[in-house]
Design a protein around this ligand. Structure first.
Ligand code: RM4
Ligand code: MN
Ligand code: MN
Length: 427
């Protein structure tokens, strides 16, 4: 068992370096033959970053059961320690996206300092009006920001405003608003008026946003509401963002669409109109499965990053927030996040490999097969040596999961962190 220091990482890397160099050289020759600059790709990979969700380092669960793991984080300070491990090993995840009230503390300056000590900063804050909290005066059973009762809407607005205040103290620059509002019966709710009320409420939050902040509006097809959801799709999200103003943008959670929807096309549309605010990366087979990014459909992840690489015509301040949103039910959450960060970085790197000029020319000439082959060549490139080089040069691990296992972190935390956290997992 060892602390995950720079020395420890270097020691773990040592036996892997010769093999890594060989792999990188082989790839570099191949890329150079195709006119790509391998070192430029490494530099791009080094500049890429994705935020880790504070709720992702605890074991998730389903509505049937949660199987807690030993040494789970008990509070946000423990969560930050785990996030620090992920960043130290991958050098890909310098920020954490916190969720309130789950991560509430008394002193936010202290929390910001604690993050700093782990080499971390805070990304978008997330509000939560999809659950009732102990002692909360009014219930969200029938909705929050779109509730028929003004007093409930006010309570939900006030919570979002509090999140913005907390975010200011933490150095965050965005709030992600996802609501579970909707209905379970045809006729239960007025589909038109519910959206009107949602727009009214979000306008009140929008007015309180500092000028350099963004409001990220997250849609989701269904669940917890099963007949209609107020913000069910990217169309509603776009309408809301458009209505609210330039600081409001749409957030695309990869698991929040109908099966087979062409998510990369949604990405292309939103970015072209300056409304692509960010992502919640995960993978899914059926719905909001919150599985590890790229574990089921890595090609879709690649196609999303291909559209981001294509977004050269997007407004100059195009800067989507990349965040992970996953629930880890059967793995050590740290291992899942190490592997997911690598999958996301890999999809990004593969998209950088694509020869855009050639692709555009083939598209223009309607050479379907060569256009396809040009794109596919990026996807087929094994970018692992690029990512490894980027990591090693930044002080990270050649093999993050191996190094993590060698460190004995989880066994150590199992001794320190008792008893295991109770309560529900991800929603
Ligand atoms: C929702 C949605 C939100 C996340 C919650 C926990 O399904 O994805 O982004 O905050 O789950
Ligand atoms: Mn999400
Ligand atoms: Mn979700």
């Amino acid at each position: 068992m060892a602390a995950i220091t720079a020395d420890f990482i270097a020691e773990q890397n040592r036996p892997l370096l010769a093999g890594h160099r060989e792999d990188f050289e082989a790839l570099a020759h191949k890329l150079a033959r195709g006119g790509r600059d391998p070192e430029a790709l490494v530099a791009e990979a080094m500049a890429f970053a994705v935020a880790v969700p504070s709720w992702g380092v605890g074991t998730g669960g389903t509505r049937f059961a949660r199987f807690p793991g030993a040494g789970e984080p008990r509070n946000i300070f423990d969560k930050l320690a785990d996030c620090g491990v992920i960043h130290r090993l991958t050098r890909l995840t310098p920020t954490v996206s916190p969720h309130f009230p789950w991560d509430k503390v008394k002193d936010y300056d202290e929390l910001r300092e604690a993050a700093k000590r782990h080499g971390l900063a805070f990304d978008a804050v997330n509000s939560n009006t999809f659950q009732d909290q102990p002692g909360q005066p009014l219930s969200y059973k029938f909705g929050s920001l779109s509730h028929t009762d003004k007093a409930v809407r006010q309570q939900a607005i006030a919570h979002n405003l509090e999140c913005v205040e907390i975010g200011k103290a933490l150095g965050s620059k965005a709030i992600t608003v996802w609501i579970g509002d909707g209905s379970n019966f045809a006729g239960q709710s007025s589909l038109a008026r519910a959206f009107d009320r949602y727009l009214d409420s979000t306008a009140a939050i929008y007015r309180a946003l500092p000028d350099d902040w963004r409001m990220l509006i997250e849609h989701k097809l269904f669940e917890p509401a099963f007949y209609s959801t107020v913000l069910a799709d990217w169309g509603s999200s776009y309408l809301a963002a458009q209505q609210l103003g330039p600081k409001a943008q749409c957030l695309v959670d990869l698991g929040h669409h109908a099966p087979n929807v062409n998510i990369e096309q949604i990405v292309a549309r939103l970015s072209r109109f300056g409304k692509l605010g960010g992502f919640h990366f995960n993978d899914s087979k059926y719905g909001d499965d919150d599985l590890d990014s790229g574990s089921i459909n890595p090609h879709q992840l690649f196609l999303v990053f291909n559209e981001l690489a294509e977004a050269e015509a997007a407004p100059p301040d195009f800067d989507p927030a990349y965040m992970i949103d996953q629930s880890h039910n059967v793995t050590d959450p740290i291992e899942s996040l190490l592997s997911s960060a690598e999958a996301i970085g890999g999809a990004f790197a593969r998209a950088q490999v694509v020869d855009r000029e050639a692709l555009a020319a083939y598209q223009k000439g309607n050479d379907v097969m060569e256009a396809f082959r040009t794109l596919r060549q990026g996807y087929n490139t094994d970018v692992a040596p690029i990512l490894a080089k980027a990591r090693i040069e930044a002080g990270g691990a050649a093999d993050p999961i191996l190094a993590y296992r060698e460190s004995g972190w989880r066994a150590r935390k199992a001794q320190e962190r008792r008893p295991p956290r109770a309560g529900a997992g991800i929603v």
